[in-house]
Design a protein around this ligand. Structure first.
Ligand code: ASP
Length: 451
């Protein structure tokens, strides 16, 4: 007999069905026992006798039964299967469940997050998180579809790469074969995607895992996903138009309401003047299925850090505004760049720029950022060398995928849309990393702990 999914039971009145799932609840009314059975597609009411009495929350069962129309009075409008129930003929318990350490039927928002993450595989059973991860998958699919339809190719870039000063702190991975040397996990595929432009792919995208060892906040995780894009032979406005088209297509197909089209474009200076910040909320209707996007353009190329050093406003690969090239020598902080950010409902959800492809300008920027000639060769030589073999003009962007999903679903934290996030002190869900490793493992890597 074939399995029937619970949401399909409504089409099988008076038929015999085979169901699998988890016990949501058990209610005893004298001799009759009602069980709510849940699978990935929904919940249905089972009706039976004493054979159902021993069932407990979250037991996994197999049921054969007949689908029956309910009495008019017994219809439950809250369930898609609320007009039917299944009369149990045969029950088999496939796995018992212990009493649950956390409630999984409510929103879960009031439960200590460390406990939720310790039992994430149970936490994920709650309807809100089931919904979130299904939406996440759907939005990822729509992004892929939109880029593939526009002649982009998805290319996977390496996870083991080189530590380069891109802005955030790197996660390092010690090398066994070359003790004393380290890989870094990528903060973003930035340099690889630029190398892919040199390689002639012209239109690249990737749902790319990125890793940054930063302080954790509601909208920050060590690991996150970017919708990463790079394009050759384009102007800034062509990139903005294309990304805008993709974003509108993805979210409208998914049923969200985009409040302003085309997206307003405002300069960084204007944004600071008007909103005090380079991110702002333009929604007229703050419902959670309403999205208000805007572009921020004409960023300054540099910002001053606390130590009064120059730091790139975006990353060191962003092209200075051609009109401001002369400012680089005298007043670099006055120079604007070809950087742009995408803002949604008050959050920055993406950033990118037209890249420097002139090795001389690139070297000048690195020098202004305080890198010595040797350092430039050591850290970025590969990119500068690649640019000597016919580099197409190019630019791109990365969208914060987790953040976009969280905003669209009205979730306050990106942890609510990531299957296994780390908690606020950096401990992984369920598996409790970071953890100690054996002395043998350390010896193999040539590492001695300083206590
Ligand atoms: N790699 C940049 C980032 O992660 C995005 C970009 O410029 O494409 O912020």
């Amino acid at each position: 007999m074939e399995r029937t999914l619970i949401r399909e039971t409504v089409n099988k009145v008076e038929q015999k069905v085979l169901l699998f799932g988890w016990v949501n609840s058990v209610r005893k009314h004298g001799k009759i026992v009602f069980v709510d059975l849940r699978d990935r597609s929904g919940v249905v009411q089972l009706v039976g006798g004493s054979e159902l009495k021993g069932l407990g929350h979250e037991d996994v069962i197999k049921v054969i039964g007949i689908v029956k129309k309910r009495d008019q009075r017994a219809i439950n409008p809250k369930l898609i299967t609320g007009e039917i129930e299944v009369l149990v003929e045969k029950l088999e318990v496939l796995a018992k469940s212990k009493a649950l350490p956390i409630d999984i039927y409510g929103s879960g928002l009031a439960i200590d997050e460390r406990v939720r993450l310790k039992y994430r595989y149970l936490d994920l059973r709650r309807p809100r998180l089931q919904r979130n991860l299904r939406w996440r998958s759907q939005l990822a699919h729509l992004f892929r579809q939109a880029f593939l339809a526009r002649d982009f190719i998805e290319i996977t870039t390496p996870l083991l790469t080189k530590s380069t000063p891109e802005g955030a702190r790197d996660f390092l991975v010690p090398s066994r074969l070359r003790p004393g040397k380290f890989y870094a996990l990528p903060q973003s595929p930035q340099q690889y995607k630029q190398l892919l432009m040199v390689a002639g792919f012209e239109r690249y995208f990737q749902l790319a895992p990125c890793l940054r060892d930063e302080d954790l906040r509601a909208d920050r995780q060590f690991e996150f996903t970017q919708v990463d894009v790079e394009i050759s032979f384009v102007t800034r406005d062509q990139i903005l138009n294309l990304i805008e088209e993709v974003v509108i297509e993805v979210f409208e197909k998914a049923g969200f309401k985009i409040e302003q089209k085309p997206f307003p474009r405002i300069s960084y200076q204007e944004a600071i003047k008007k909103y005090g910040e380079d991110k702002f909320d333009l929604r007229k209707d703050p419902k959670s299925d309403h999205l208000a996007f805007a572009w921020v353009i004409d960023f300054p190329l540099f910002e001053r850090t606390e130590t009064r050093d120059l730091a790139p406003m975006h990353n060191p690969f962003t092209m200075p505004h051609p009109e401001d090239l002369d400012l680089l020598d005298q007043e670099p902080e006055k120079a604007r760049s070809w950087q742009y950010d995408l803002v949604c409902n008050g959050f920055e959800v993406g950033g990118g720029g037209i890249r420097i492809t002139d090795p001389q300008i690139q070297e000048k920027i690195f020098t202004l950022l305080g890198h010595s000639k040797e350092e430039i060769r050591e850290k970025f030589g590969h990119l500068l060398e690649a640019f000597e073999y016919g580099v197409p003009p190019h630019g791109g962007i990365a969208l914060g995928f987790d953040r976009l999903v969280a905003i669209a679903l009205g979730e306050r934290s990106i942890r609510e849309v990531i299957a296994f996030p780390v908690n606020s002190s950096g401990q992984t869900a369920v598996m409790e990393a970071p953890s100690e490793v054996s002395p043998d493992q350390l010896a193999e890597l040539g590492i001695k702990l300083a206590n």
